[in-house]
Write a protein that binds this ligand. Structure first.
Ligand SMILES: [Cu+2]
Length: 223
């Protein structure tokens, strides 16, 4: 059974593994909790003595199992924190040098992509834009300046294992490096109004030559 969408990101496998670690810890905690709820109910005696009916918990000894539960929860949390630290650091706290840079702006209900024009620099007069169409070169570090015009949106590219909320008034810079050519999904994962469900776009990952052709098309240059 295929659980995850195709992975096209260099860091995708680590993120998928992290998903399983968190799912495992939470599943184990849920099973233990459910057992502790159901066991006393299912095994209770009809004629209980008063001391069996009421657990006062007014001594450390009587609260021992509460402490055990808290300790296990702490161990589970620390385990998740330790497992995620290196990948979190790589994804969120470092910014490898960019080969290419775009800006993605969310607006009710579309994604506007700003590309650097022929001068190769973003935020200059020759910048060009496309709607719902993100062309990225394969195997290159791409920086994305993420913004929102009106309300909170969230850029989600499942195959790239990428998700980031975008907020009006803020520019958030994130990066991706994608290793498979093809056409993939972009969608908004923040309820942003009546048209939220149609706020979709396409992510094209292309080799150098095809990517250049796509760029020329967006620039309006035909050779
Ligand atoms: Cu949206």
């Amino acid at each position: 059974m295929k659980i995850f969408p195709e992975n096209i990101s260099d860091i995708g496998l680590e993120i998928d593994n992290l998903f399983w670690i968190i799912t495992g810890v939470v599943a184990l905690a849920s099973i233990i909790t459910l057992f502790l709820f159901l066991y006393p109910i299912l095994t209770r005696k009809r004629n209980r003595t008063k001391s069996e009916m009421f657990m006062t918990g007014n001594s450390h000894k009587k609260r021992m199992w509460v402490y055990v539960g808290m300790f296990l929860l702490l161990v589970g949390d620390l385990y998740i924190l330790m497992s995620e630290h290196s990948i979190w650091h790589r994804v969120e706290q470092t910014l490898p040098e960019a080969d290419f840079k775009v800006a993605i702006v969310g607006k009710q209900w579309m994604w506007t992509i700003f590309y650097p024009g022929p001068d190769g620099k973003l935020y200059t007069a020759d910048d060009v834009m496309a709607v719902n169409e993100l062309h990225l070169p394969k195997d290159k570090v791409v920086h994305m300046d993420l913004k929102a015009m009106d309300v909170i949106h969230s850029v989600f590219m499942p195959q790239a294992r990428f998700k980031q909320d975008v907020l009006p008034g803020r520019t958030i810079t994130r990066w991706v490096k994608l290793n498979k050519e093809g056409k993939f999904d972009i969608s908004c994962t923040e309820i942003c109004g009546i048209g939220h469900s149609i706020m979709r776009g396409d992510l094209f990952v292309e080799n150098e030559a095809n990517w250049q052709l796509s760029m020329n098309k967006i620039y309006g240059i035909t050779k």
